[in-house]
Design a protein around this ligand. Structure first.
Ligand code: FES
Length: 303
């Protein structure tokens, strides 16, 4: 079955949307009710501190540990009893990693809509099911009872984890979750280019303009002109349609990430990667921009 048909099946599940409409606001409200610490925890779970999504890194722990369990359990079934302690320890390591993966995944899921929201919920349901099976297996292993059932539960959990990882991979590679949507392989202006007559950008307004092949957000605040990439790094939302805030920042209209206009940094997630930032100057009544020198190596390879 192709990836497209799996995503189509998930997209047809209306009950996933209904469940998401109840669960997603409840999770967001739980973070909100925690005030600033709640918001800091949410940003931490997204990976704002890392400048990169945290969830895909954490998922390697349960996937790696439970793959180890599958191998060691198979060797045990084939008669090598000496691998038992290693398999049992790997089940526990996987469970600890699964808790971290669940927390980071839940935070990221709050910034999803449409098919990614449904697929994210299906991914979560499969992961919770697999984790419950591994937990039951772990308990049986610790009690040294019913070894065959313990191994069978792990094997079943591994099958479900693999199916869930497939959906997770699809969310990244096809739905482009966790991908930097503002990174373009080409088109960032290396030298200053004129983008707008200065008198067309009023105080306290924003405008999307074209600089070579890149959409650039121009904003004027306190009579200073700022320029960052217009495409939100999180999922590609158009920042020019968001809100210009008093502290010289912009809020994305899609999932409400907030970026500083001064340096492009993330003030509030779900985004984790900063907006590409541009140098701005005014020459002959025209606003000119170029990619900030420090970022040349990030987006334009050295000659
Ligand atoms: S697209 Fe999600 S916060 Fe901008």
């Amino acid at each position: 079955m192709s990836t497209k048909s799996i995503m189509k099946i998930i997209d047809e599940q209306e009950w996933l949307d209904e469940a998401a409409e109840t669960i997603q606001p409840a999770v967001l409200n739980a973070f909100k009710s925690g005030g600033k610490p709640g918001n800091d925890i949410k940003n931490f779970l997204h990976g704002k501190w890392l400048g990169h999504p945290l969830h895909p890194m954490i998922t390697d722990i349960p996937l790696g540990a439970w793959t180890t369990v599958a191998v060691l359990d198979t060797m045990e079934i084939c008669g090598s009893k000496k691998y038992k302690p290693g398999a049992d320890a790997a089940v526990g390591i996987g469970l600890a990693g699964a808790a971290g993966a669940a927390a980071t995944g839940l935070a990221d899921w709050t910034g999803t809509t449409q098919v990614e929201r449904k697929a994210g919920l299906a991914h979560a349901i499969l992961n919770v099911t697999a984790t419950a099976l591994y937990l039951a297996s772990f308990i049986l292993r610790k009690r040294k009872k019913s070894r065959k059932s313990a191994i069978a539960l792990s094997m079943l959990g591994y099958g479900i984890t693999t199916a869930s990882a497939y959906i997770g991979g699809n969310l990244v590679y096809n739905q482009q979750m966790g991908v930097n949507h503002a990174a373009a392989p080409e088109g960032f202006p290396k030298d200053f280019v004129a983008v707008l007559p200065e008198n067309e950008l009023a105080e306290n307004t924003m405008k999307c303009v074209q600089a070579e092949k890149i959409n650039v957000l121009l904003a004027r605040k306190n009579n200073e002109i700022f320029a960052v990439a217009n495409t939100c790094t999180h999922m590609g939302g158009p920042l020019s349609e968001g809100d210009l805030l008093d502290d010289c920042s912009v809020r994305c209209p899609w999932h409400q990430s907030i970026f500083s206009l001064k340096d492009g940094s993330v003030i509030n997630g779900p985004a984790t990667e900063p907006q590409p930032k541009f140098d701005v100057r005014v020459r002959d009544g025209q606003i000119e921009v170029r990619l900030k020198k420090e970022q040349l190596g990030d987006f334009i390879p050295p000659e």
